[in-house]
Write a protein that binds this ligand. Structure first.
Ligand SMILES: [Zn+2]
Length: 352
């Protein structure tokens, strides 16, 4: 069964006119779901609200108070690209609560697809700072919740958003019980400018942060190759109990804030790969949470392709193969990128 948490409450966090992270993203997912030929395979789950205690599993009381106070006075800017509106604090509690609810549901029911289509997104948020369109770190809080409430101590956070999840990385940087893996566009060419292969973790966490930067312009084949060659063997060796996925669809070629050339089909293949990994590793639960994805035309189709992958034999939505010169060039550069990743990580993982 496929469970999709989708609720109009997530449209209530407002951003300035023209901002890519807009309430329309949720509206468009609703519309695409309504039109979907496989709608009957998807169960919609309503939002649930987290308590302040949950937020503080990761974030400092001072930071929580600051966000709350800013909302109370009607909202305002936190950084140049990140703001809160009057209802943001409440909506952010729902984003956290809904992600936790999906994790609980996944643990209870086991097999199945669990996707929390929430906003504001979370993976750039650190303990003390909201930035990169993110207010609180939904996935990091859920990982902490699973550790404290369910004693789960082998968690993979797999982040396929086109940006590096610097917030999530910083929260678990010296921790071996959460393995953070991120595939993202080369940080020299994209926000937030972190996520180099040499960032491997610190102290007890050394070797448990995996950064796989990819050349701008890369298309589906190269992207999936990086996944198979680096991500799959590491996850198999780590043997997680739970996989949490930071699912960002902003690597799509229509996305205006990045330069990758992924397609709606890429996310179907990614879904297939992740769910077959789950079987190989006997993972108890896999839960995905929405991060980026700003193409209003393609993000909802990418999302549906991703969640429908385990129950379909081919992508539900298709664009046909893109033949771009820049993608050819990026494919040629990919080997160099992967060699560097391998060189750094071979100290910790078998990547032969
Ligand atoms: Zn992103």
């Amino acid at each position: 069964m496929i469970y999709l948490a989708l609720d109009a409450i997530f449209e209530k966090h407002k951003t300035p006119i023209g901002h890519p992270e807009s309430p329309l993203r949720i509206r468009k997912i609703f519309e695409e779901y309504e039109k979907s030929p496989l709608k009957n395979k998807i169960t919609i789950v309503n939002a649930s609200k987290a308590s302040e205690e949950h937020v503080m599993l990761v974030h400092s009381p001072d930071h929580v108070e600051y966000i709350k106070a800013l909302c109370r006075v009607g909202g305002g800017a936190i950084t140049a690209d990140t703001n809160v509106s009057e209802e943001t604090y409440d909506v952010a509690l729902y984003a956290i609560g809904t992600t936790i609810k999906m994790a609980e549901l996944a643990l209870k029911k086991g097999e199945g697809v669990y996707f929390a289509a929430v906003r504001p997104p979370g993976h750039h948020a650190t303990k003390d700072l909201s930035k990169g369109f993110c207010i609180f770190n939904n996935i990091a809080i859920t990982a902490e919740y699973l550790r404290t409430h369910h004693k789960i101590n082998r968690i993979v956070i797999l982040d396929f958003d086109v940006h590096h999840g610097d917030g999530t990385q910083s929260i678990f940087y010296s921790d071996s019980t959460v393995l953070y893996i991120s595939l993202h566009q080369d940080p020299r060419t994209l926000y937030p400018g972190t996520g180099f292969p040499e960032e491997v973790g610190y102290g007890e966490g050394e070797g448990y942060t995996i950064n796989i930067p990819l050349p701008p312009g890369l298309s589906s084949d190269g992207y999936l190759r990086a996944f198979s060659e680096i991500v799959e063997p590491i996850v198999q060796q780590y043997k997680p109990d739970v996989i949490l996925v930071s699912a960002g669809f902003d690597g799509h070629h229509d996305d205006t804030i990045s330069d990758m050339n992924l397609q709606v089909e890429t996310y179907w293949h990614l879904g297939k790969k992740i769910y077959s990994l789950v079987k190989v590793c006997s993972v108890k639960a896999v839960v995905s949470v929405l991060e980026g994805g700003y193409s209003l035309k393609y993000m909802p189709k990418s999302l549906l392709n991703y969640i429908l992958a385990p129950v379909t034999s081919e992508p539900v939505y298709n664009e046909g193969k893109l033949l771009l010169l820049e993608s050819r060039k990026a494919e040629l550069r990919l080997q160099r990128y992967l060699n560097r990743v391998r060189k750094v990580l071979s100290e910790y993982w078998n990547l032969s």
